[in-house]
Ligand binder design. Sequence first.
Ligand SMILES: C[S@@+](CC[C@H](N)C(=O)[O-])C[C@H]1O[C@@H](n2cnc3c(N)ncnc32)[C@H](O)[C@@H]1O
Length: 248
Amino acid sequence: MHFTEYWAIVERDHAFQNPTTPEKLMRLADYCQVRDGARVLDVGSGKGWLLRHWAKEWRIQGTGLEINPWFVEEARSRAAAEGVAERLTFIEGPALTFEPEPAGCDIVTCIGASFALGTTEEALDWMRRAVKPEGVLALGEVFLHRAPLPPDVLEYAGDDVPTSRDLAETVAAIEARGLELTGFTAASVDDWDGYESLHWRAAREWARENPDHPGRDVVLERVRRGREGYFRWERECLGWGIFVARIA
Ligand SMILES: C[S@@+](CC[C@H](N)C(=O)[O-])C[C@H]1O[C@@H](n2cnc3c(N)ncnc32)[C@H](O)[C@@H]1O
């Protein structure tokens, strides 16, 4: 099964695909000082929740970059139903094939998709090049509650560990790219639980609706392993936050 189909199945019930809340995403708008006329670029835009909701509040001009055709389709149809489609463009494909106009955006966001641009550092550099000198960028990223991870977790998680940085080290990495942190909001454990729970329920329901699908066992096993890892170490050790920064 192609990875895009897997994610379309397990995230079919997610309104947005990150472990925060609508309130925190609207607080992010405040941190970013979203306003009428702002040009916003969202990398890994998923179902377009952020751009769609900001476009409903302000007359922004938004572009979303998204590799998954299932999510692009949903973003476009929801934007049309919400009356904001003419101000939002969703481009299907790998983000790195898109050439942003240098210093062309007021706001550049990448919420849970830095890997689409390479390492965290490469993502920050890419976003920094795309943002105006007085603009703002927002990166949603994982971090460790405490680094290094205990040996038993490292042994269990192996290559699945998505970062080796704690929160302070993540902020230091941002500042080392010539950026100044001006806002932060983190997922609570409860937020994470909500994000993960939707995966488990969606997979179960989808498997019941599709008993003969050739990818059924793959989906169920992957979700089972993900849930095991979540309770073995991620829930305790992994944090997720949105870092808002401006050029220093
Ligand atoms: C964790 S989700 C976050 C989605 C959205 N930002 C949100 O918060 O709702 C990561 C998104 O990045 C997309 N993605 C993964 N690799 C990508 C790439 N190379 N180029 C563009 N998008 C990519 C995924 O399909 C997925 O929609």
